[in-house]
Design a protein around this ligand. Sequence first.
Ligand code: NAD
Length: 390
Amino acid sequence: MKTYRICLLPGDGIGPEIIAEGVKVLDAVGEKYGVGFTYEEALIGGIAIDETGEALPAATLAAAKASDAVLLAAVGGPKWDTTDPTRPRPEQGLLGIRKELGLYANLRPVTIFNALADASTLKPEVIDGVDLLIVRELTGGLYFGERERFYDEEGAGEDGGNGQRAYDTLEYREYEIRRIARHAFEMARKRHSKVCSIDKANVLETSRLWREIVHDVAKDYPDVELSDLLVDNAAMQLICRPSQFDVVVTENMFGDILSDEASMLSGSLGMLASASLGDGVALYEPSHGSAPDIAGQGIANPLAQILSVEMMLRYSFGMQEAADDVLAAVTAVLDAGFRTGDIKQADTPEDKVVGTELMGSLVAERIQPTEKFAELWGRHPDDWKDYRAN
Ligand code: NAD
């Protein structure tokens, strides 16, 4: 039997609760498709700081490198918030593992589940047909450039103060742009053959280099249509005409901001997954944070985590059919009217509002029914195909 080793990084807040549901779904997939998944759990983020003094302990990195794929939940929380640059911060774990695994491409799909169309703050006609993929460069640019904080007289200005100054550096190398552009064009070939490259070429030199290289790479993909958009315009287009986009490719910080904006098209952060790919082990995680406000209550939405499992099956294990199965199961659960608190609608009946564990079980049972199915779904497994809320 084919076996994959998965490194689990539950992290902080709701992390441990939602990752358990991801594992439940993987086990159902393993059972159905005759594939074995073994798990090794490791520390990252705030909990790692508490237990080892570091957000990314060496043992975690070793476990991640020895695995076939990494499943991460989320890190962070008020307990570890600090502006003191000498103290470790949970997100150093995230940035560190991305850098160490060479994960330079972050993929965030945004699709609208019909059953949740009402959850978006945008009008239904605006989000109709939205199916886009943001490909964000993840290991270069401002977040990794040289930075410094220091004191000098000019920093004080006329109003006095301590004279503090700080700078961050935005730098890109040709090969960094080339490889992310290739990812975007390859993805577009498997989708709707359109790439929109986003930059700020009217102001930034890095953007002018970005645009030049992306156009050069495009010559190898004559079947893919390439367009450019300035980032400020892109921010507007994403909420006024989001269905025009297929694959969007952009640098690290623009991608960070635009992908959060795009995530709101679907109305809930609890539904969006992401994949970070490089040339070796890849990492899969929900797009949301550790939701400390609801941690430990058993009410977090595990679907983004489950959809990150779907991406893992697709991109790391080449299990397309199983990945489609997971997506179909999530769609069926939503079509049947089940909702966690964050995605419930005004007309959602109380008995359809479910917690984290039940939501995970509903998806897992829909993939590979067990004797629990009838109890959870309220009918026999043979009938699930036409099961709808009304
Ligand atoms: P957040 O995404 O954790 O939460 C924002 C809001 O969405 C909260 O009201 C939360 O309850 C809700 N929410 C998020 N995920 C949910 C889910 N699965 N189910 C139901 N509701 C959900 O963002 P935040 O509050 O800005 O950040 C909280 C902590 O998470 C911070 O420490 C932040 O640094 C960290 N964070 C981590 C990541 C990551 O690990 N990749 C990403 C973003 C933020």
